[in-house]
Write a protein that binds this ligand. Structure first.
Ligand code: CP
Length: 318
C-alpha cells in the first residue's frame, strides 16, 4: 500500500471531529478504505508502522474501542501496550498528569486515552509531545466512533452523503457521539433529525442545524439511516426518566418503525446495546442492521488514524 500523495495531515492529535476539514475527513476515509483491504487478506499484517509504539490508556471501560485500536495497531505492525485504571498506579493515587508524563517518558508515538472526564484528552494533548487520540472523554466527544460511523454509511450509501437523511434516536443529552455526529454528517451534506424525550435532548439542540422530534413515528418517516443511542443510565441524574418501561414503549426501535422508513433503511448503534430498551432484539440482528459492520469499519478507520498520526513527521508505507 502506498498512501503518499501531496496531501499533508496537519494534526498532532485527534481530539474531536470538529477539528477536521472536509479534506481531512475524506483523506482519512479514503485511507481507511485502502486499509480495509488488508483486513480481508488471509494474513492481516503489513509492516507500515513497524517500530512504532501505541499505548492504550483506558481509564474508563471499553470493549470495542480498546480491542479495535489494539488490532488496528498490530495489523500495521506497531507494538501496543495497554493500561487500565485498576491495573495502574492511578489506583494508588497517582495523578493523570504524572501517569501521562511517565508513559511519555517510555517513548510512545501515540497514546489512545479513554477517560470519564470531558476535556481529559485535550489536557493530555497539551501536556505531551507525542500524539494523543481521544478514545472517548465523558459526554464530550468520541471522534473515532463518529469517523467509523461515517465510514460505514459512506459504504452503505455508495459514496453519496447528500440526499440522505439520518435519524439519531435516544439519549442524545448524555451521548459523546451525538454532537460530533451532528457536526460531521451535516458538514458532509446529510440531513440530520434528532428524536428523544425532552429530558434527553441537550440544552440548545433547537439551535443546531437539525430537525427535532419527540414522536418516533414521525421521526422515522422516509429516513435512510437510524442511529440508536444507548440509554446512558450511569451518566443520568435521577428523575430524567420516570419509568424505563415507558421509555422502551415510546422510543425502542422496532420493526413497525422500520416500515415507515425508506425500504433500504440502515440501522446503526455504537454499542454496547441495551436490547429491548433502545433497540428491539429482532432489529439489532436484522439484515438492515449495520451494528457489526460498524465494528469491522472501526478497525480500518483506526488503522488510518494511527497511520496519519504516527507518521506525521515522515514514515514509510507498506
Ligand atoms: N462504542 C464504544 O465506544 O464501545 P466501547 O465502550 O465498548 O468501546
Amino acid at each position: 500500500m502506498n498512501a503518499d500523495n501531496c496531501y499533508f495531515w496537519p494534526h498532532k492529535d485527534l481530539l474531536d471531529v470538529t477539528q477536521l476539514s472536509g479534506e481531512d475527513t475524506f483523506h482519512l476515509l479514503d485511507l481507511a478504505a485502502r486499509f480495509q483491504e488488508i483486513n480481508h487478506r488471509p494474513i492481516k499484517k503489513v509492516p507500515t508502522l513497524k517500530g512504532r509504539t501505541v499505548v492504550l490508556f483506558f481509564v474508563e471501560n471499553s470493549t470495542r474501542t480498546r480491542i479495535s485500536f489494539d488490532i488496528a495497531a498490530k495489523r500495521l505492525s506497531a507494538d501496543t501496550y495497554a493500561l487500565t485504571k485498576s491495573g495502574s498506579s492511578i489506583s494508588k493515587g497517582e495523578s493523570l498528569k504524572d501517569t501521562a508524563l511517565t508513559l511519555q517518558a517510555m517513548g510512545p508515538d501515540v497514546i489512545v486515552m479513554r477517560h470519564a472526564s470531558s476535556g481529559a484528552a485535550e489536557y493530555l494533548a497539551k501536556l505531551l509531545t507525542c500524539s494523543v487520540i481521544n478514545g472517548g472523554d465523558g459526554w464530550h466527544a468520541h471522534p473515532t466512533q463518529v469517523l467509523l460511523d461515517c465510514f460505514s454509511l459512506r459504504q452503505a450509501w455508495e459514496g453519496r452523503f447528500t440526499d440522505h437523511t439520518l435519524l439519531i434516536l435516544g439519549d442524545i443529552a448524555h451521548s459523546r457521539v451525538a454532537r460530533s455526529n451532528v457536526h460531521l454528517f451535516t458538514m458532509l451534506g446529510v440531513r440530520v433529525r434528532l428524536c428523544a424525550p425532552r429530558t434527553l435532548l441537550p440544552a440548545g439542540a433547537e439551535g443546531w442545524p437539525v430537525e427535532v422530534y419527540s414522536d418516533i413515528d414521525q421521526a422515522v418517516r422516509g429516513v435512510d439511516a437510524i442511529m440508536c443511542l444507548r440509554l446512558q443510565l450511569e451518566r443520568q441524574q435521577a428523575g430524567l426518566l420516570p419509568d424505563l418501561a415507558e421509555y422502551s414503549r415510546r422510543f425502542c426501535l422496532s420493526a413497525a418503525h422500520l416500515r415507515l422508513a425508506k425500504p433500504e433503511v440502515k440501522v446503526m448503534h455504537p454499542g454496547p446495546l441495551n436490547r429491548g430498551l433502545e433497540i428491539s432484539n429482532d432489529i439489532a440482528d436484522a439484515p438492515a442492521s449495520l451494528v457489526l459492520d460498524q465494528v469491522s469499519s472501526g478497525v480500518a478507520t483506526r488503522m488510518a488514524i494511527l497511520y496519519l498520526l504516527a507518521t506525521r513527521n515522515g514514515g514509510k508505507t507498506a
